[in-house]
Design a protein. Structure first.
Length: 131
């Protein structure tokens, strides 16, 4: 007997770990992202737009809160999990076939920081043009 199996991702459900509301007020519900299919692969670094706000992947997420230790039970990281649902279709050379749904889970964590630019006056700069 010969069996042929074709599997594809039908859905990915992400739990981003970050609260849906202000984490400093004790919010416990976390952000979720549900993607139909696997999503789109990120472009190569040299093909990303200059302005990050111009990149809007079909299944993406942007963190809004820094993962401070006080917000993350001391870890300094948001816990992230993904559940990937697969559909596997199979056929055989004897006319038997079918479809099965499988799910796989994975967990990790991400540290989210914040960078801010601070403008300072250069003491050697001419602050008053023409004068």
């Amino acid at each position: 007997m010969t069996v042929t199996v074709n599997a594809h991702i039908t859905k990915v459900t992400w739990s981003m770990g970050e609260p849906t509301d202000n984490p400093d007020t004790g919010s416990s519900a976390t952000q979720q992202v549900i993607c139909d299919g696997p999503g789109t692969t990120a472009p190569a670094q040299d093909q990303l737009p200059a302005d990050p706000h111009d990149w809007n992947p079909d299944c993406g997420y942007t963190y809004h809160w820094v993962s401070k230790k006080a917000r993350t039970n001391g870890t300094g990281r948001w816990p992230v999990s993904a559940t990937v649902e697969w559909t596997a279709d199979w056929t055989s050379n004897i006319g038997v076939g079918g479809s099965i749904t499988l799910a796989m889970d994975s967990n990790t964590s991400v540290e989210v920081g914040e960078l801010r630019a601070v403008m300072v006056n250069d003491p050697d700069a001419n602050l008053h043009p023409g004068g």
